[in-house]
Write a protein of this length. Structure first.
Length: 220
């Protein structure tokens, strides 16, 4: 697996695919680390790139659009417009050695920025593909899925003894309140879902599925 930061200029070569992981630095309840989304994005990107010879993984963008988590300690955000501009500039400057850029996004709050950036890049004739980590409607943040995946990736950083159920209503039912008042308006703990049933085995299954999807995208 090739990390862009490890290569020298001559090492990059030609006919490459640049894999750009997008995460966030934001609260993930009392039991998951603030960099959960960044860790997941980087891990999925690196595991997938390890199976595709042409793939090179860029450094993860670890601060994204996380305004919905404002008010929770440790959350950082650069907003949708800035993130979109960053993505566009990265794609523009990637150079002719990269045939395509593939975004691996693990934070739902980044979606508007990713869509905007992808539309701009496509308009400019710059090939770009996007993969987004899918979560269940009633398990949208720091719930069973993300907790299981983190248990599979880095179990020592998961504090299961602090895990408590959050708001388990389907996202579509709380979306208006969430948009109006952020995550705190619908879940004082910052959790959307129930992390108490998370297991490393389930995390391994989800991670394998996600990696398979990204590999297919890289090879398409």
């Amino acid at each position: 697996m090739a990390r862009l930061g490890d290569l020298t200029n001559p090492d990059v070569g030609e006919g490459r695919v640049l894999v750009l992981p997008l995460g966030a630095t934001e609260q993930h309840g009392p039991h998951l680390p603030l960099d959960t989304d960044a860790v997941i994005a980087r891990t999925v990107a690196e595991l997938a790139a390890g199976r595709v010879a042409a793939a090179v993984v860029a450094p993860v963008i670890a601060i994204g659009a996380s305004g919905e988590h404002t008010g929770f300690a440790g959350t950082l955000s650069i907003g949708t417009e800035v993130l979109a501009a960053m993505i566009v500039e990265i794609v523009r400057t990637a150079g002719p050695e990269f045939d395509r850029v593939v975004i691996v996004n693990a934070h739902g709050g980044n979606l508007d920025a990713v869509r905007s950036a992808a539309a701009t890049c496509e308009y400019e004739g710059r090939p770009i593909s996007v993969w987004h980590a899918r979560l269940d409607d009633a398990d949208a943040h720091a719930g069973s899925i993300e907790t299981s995946v983190m248990l599979a990736i880095d179990p020592q950083r998961v504090r299961l003894d602090r895990a408590e159920p959050g708001n388990t209503a389907p996202l579509r039912e709380i979306l208006d309140d969430l948009r109006a008042g952020g995550v705190a308006a619908v879940s004082p703990k910052g959790v959307l879902g129930d992390p108490t049933d998370a297991t490393p085995a389930r995390g391994e299954e989800i991670l394998a599925e996600w990696v398979h999807e990204v590999v297919a995208l890289l090879e398409s």
